[in-house]
Structures are given as C-alpha cells and as structure tokens.
Design a protein around this ligand. Structure first.
Ligand code: EPU
Length: 416
C-alpha cells in the first residue's frame, strides 16, 4: 500500500485517541487463563489485534467483536495444544499466549513470535522465566516445546527493563499457588493496565516499591474491563504537531497518559492545556535542539524515538538522541536521507542537524519508522510517497481519516 502526503502548513481539529495496542494485546491473552467471559472495551481495531483474535479463535476461544463499539468478548472453550498458525509469526505479542497454553496443557508446542524487527529482539528472558516456574522449554527448528511439571512460584530478576517478560511473568504466575516476586522493574503503564485487569478478575497482585508481588489465586472471574488509552499513539500525534503550527485537541485520554511527555513539551515551550474536553496543544511549530536519552518509563519511550528524530529535523541547531532500550533502532535514518535529512549515527548516538526537507519516495520498515516518515513527509517541500504503509495501519487505528481530519493532505494511492 502506497500513500501520498503533501507539505502541511497548519494542523487544526480534534483527534480521539484509541485504546492502547500494547496493553490490549496481553489483556486479550488473559482469556486463555479463565473459562469465564472476558469483555474488553476501548480495544483498538487494528491489524495486530485482528491477528491476536485470529490466533485465539484458532486455539479454542470463542470471540465476538463489535467493531463500532470497539468491544471484544472472549470465552475460552477446549484449547488446542499446538499453536501452528501462521499469524503467530506476524506479531511479537504472540508470546503472551504461552502462559495460557502452559497453564492448560501438560505439553504444548508453539511457533516463534514475529513482528517489527527493527533490532535484534531475543526472547531469552521469557524462556528463562518459564523454566524458573518448572517448565521444560525445548528450542526446536519449528518453534518451542513446553513440558510442565508441578508449577512453582518464583523470584524474577531481569537483566534489563523488559515490558514483555514482566507481563509474561505475571501471566505465568497469577494462577500458581504461593508468592512470586518480580524485582526491579520499572512499571510501564501498559504493565499496570494488565495488573488492573487481572486484579478486577480476582487476582492478588500488588506493586510495592520496585517490586511486583503476585499471590497466586485458584481462578479468575468474569469481568468487563476498559483498555487504557494509547499513550504512544498520543505521543506520536503530539510530536507531529510540535513541528508544525497547530491547534489540536486530543480526547479520550487522562492527564496521566501524557505526563511522561510534559517535561519535553515544557522544554520546547509548547503551550498545552488539559481540561474536561481533553488535551489541547497550541504550537507555533518552532522547536529548539535537544540532547535526549531514551530509556524505560517514565523516561522518553523508545517507541517515540524515530518520531522525535523526524520532528527535530526542523529544530534550530543540532540535536542528539540516544536510545538505551534499542540502540540500533535506526531504520528511519536511511529513509530520512532520501528526503535530504542531515543525520549521523555514531557511537550509538543519533545526531540530527536542522535540514531543508524535500519530498521523496520512502519505505516504512516498521510501525514507528512509518509514523516518523509521515512527520517528515508533512515537513517536506512538495509531495512524498510512503511505501509499505500497511505496516503503519498495524498499530494506529484509522490513521488516514484522523490525519485528514486535522488538515493533513494525505491520500492512499489506489493505482499501483
Ligand atoms: N530483551 C532481551 N531478552 C528478552 C526480552 C527483551 O534481551 O527476552 C531486551 C530487548 O532486546 C530490549 C529490552 O530487553 O533491549 C526491552 O525489550 P522489551 O522486552 O521491553 O520489549 P518487548 O516487550 O518485546 C514491548 C513493546 C514494544 C516496545 C518495547 C519497549 C509490545 C507488544 N511491544 O516490546 O513496542 O518497543 O516493549 O521496551 O508491547 C511498538 O509498539 O512499536 C513496539 C515495538
């Protein structure tokens, strides 16, 4: 899929922020851990969620989707013990299905997860955490085989902050008798959303200092749960607006969803107010150079790093960005170059010089690289074409209508 974007001089209007992709994915997988009905609201209707639903149905979960209401109802039936569906290899989050399968079956077999490969993304922490709870994990040519003995609680210490393995440790131990503790993990809001949903279902999970303490319960009960707003979607649009004169209001969010970005907005002297209607940004599009390090929550998130780099191409002077989570997440830089951007990558640091951007044909390597290219295209003289746009649709609900509604000239090329 190819999309054309013309230079944009002003953005104005309203955008409704969707539910969070990265918390909806593991929360959908909770349906494997209970035979009771799980109803989820504010679920973003995007490809990654459709892949997850397809896999859950294949495994034996009855799923009803109300697309207009963004609602999904799930009820587990008899589960297959082999996950051999191709969709598994299309999303990273398919590893959230492993605890449910391990819990249900003595032996199970799964394909490896796929998803955005912007960097080397090992799953060793996940395999290690299953082993610690007394699961034999065998790495085979066509995936992984799990054999469980009597599951036992455990203490988990991950070498680096990890969202996925922390959530999987919670899903894996929530039904194991005894107390499990995850040590030293920053609490990303998406992890907290998973904990809140599980606690509403009767789980006993507490957050104390920098520990997550899980007291295993026998079963989880029926619940209706609302997925948190997507703070990364919000951050993506905020960064786009920061670089173009804009007056845009974002609805369906709470103040806590953007506090992690407020110090950046303050540093850039960007006007914003939060009230009953939502968050309104009133910007001149003028940015100053920054020196910023991307790290785990509550720091600036890695998922916004490519988009931040795009916006800084029009900032005064030279900026420096270092990504501590994925230092090699740089596929956007070679695409920026096609638009005349002046960036250098050395010693794990991205150096961004103020550039006069020119429209070009570029390729979206992954979801966030793709949004970064949208920002570049809006800032470039003339017209740009983004190829492989479908990868952006994977994670941003209704992105083309949303961008059009605030005045961006964006159109899908229906002719090849
Ligand atoms: N890591 C390991 N071994 C593991 C797991 C992680 O070495 O077994 C390392 C990674 O290589 C990385 C660091 O730990 O250096 C953090 O990785 P993390 O586990 O947090 O990544 P993830 O859980 O696989 C989630 C999001 C990503 C987001 C990262 C930010 C989902 C489905 N994915 O990935 O989202 O970039 O956390 O830490 O929640 C996106 O939305 O575009 C996206 C890629």
């Amino acid at each position: 899929m190819k999309v054309t974007i013309k230079k944009t001089n002003r953005l104005e209007g309203k955008i409704k922020i969707s539910g969070s992709k990265n918390s909806a994915l593991p929360i959908l997988a909770i349906s494997l851990l209970t035979s009771k009905k799980l109803t989820l609201t504010n679920v973003p209707m995007i490809c990654d969620i459709y892949h997850m639903i397809e896999i859950l149905e294949y495994l034996g979960v009855k799923v009803k989707v109300n697309y207009e209401k963004n609602e999904v109802t799930l009820k587990r039936r008899r589960l297959k013990n082999k996950l051999l569906l191709n969709a598994t290899t299309k999303i990273r989050a398919s590893y959230y299905l492993y605890p449910g399968l391990i819990n249900y079956h003595k032996r199970s077999h799964v394909l490896l997860p796929g998803g955005c490969n912007f960097s080397i993304r090992p799953i060793d922490y996940h395999l290690e955490l299953f082993r610690k709870t007394n699961v034999k994990v065998e790495e085979k040519e066509d995936g992984l085989s799990f054999t469980k003995s009597k599951l036992r609680p455990s203490n988990f210490f991950f070498k680096t902050p990890t969202v996925g393995a922390t959530i999987n440790a919670i899903l894996q131990t929530v039904l194991i008798k005894g107390t499990s503790i995850i040590h030293n993990q920053p609490l990303e809001p998406e992890i907290e959303d998973v904990i809140n949903c599980l606690n509403k279902m009767g789980a006993k999970i507490k957050i104390k200092e920098n520990m997550i303490i899980i007291k295993g319960v026998r079963k989880l009960k029926k619940v209706t749960y609302q997925i948190m707003p997507d703070r990364i979607e919000l951050g993506s649009y905020l960064l786009l607006c920061s670089a173009i004169p804009s007056k845009v209001t974002f609805t369906n969010i709470e103040e806590k969803e953007f506090t992690y970005l407020s110090s950046y907005l303050d540093e850039q002297k960007i006007n914003y107010i939060y009230n009953k209607e939502g968050l309104t940004l009133d910007t001149s599009g003028k940015l100053n150079n920054v020196n910023l390090t991307v790290s785990s929550y509550p720091s600036f998130p890695t998922d916004l790093q490519p988009i931040l780099c795009a916006s800084l191409l029009v900032a005064n002077g030279t900026s420096e960005v270092t990504d501590h989570i994925y230092p090699n997440r740089i596929s956007h830089l070679k695409e920026f170059e096609k638009m005349n951007a002046l960036t250098i990558y050395e010693n794990n640091k991205i150096i961004i010089n103020q550039s006069t951007l020119k429209g070009s044909t570029v390729y979206a390597h992954d979801l966030r690289c793709g949004f970064a290219l949208i920002v570049c295209a809006a800032l470039s003289e003339g017209e740009s074409k983004i190829e492989h746009f479908e990868v952006i649709n994977r994670g941003y609900e209704n992105i083309i209508p949303k961008l059009k509604s605030i005045g961006m000239q964006i159109n899908e090329n229906l002719l090849k």
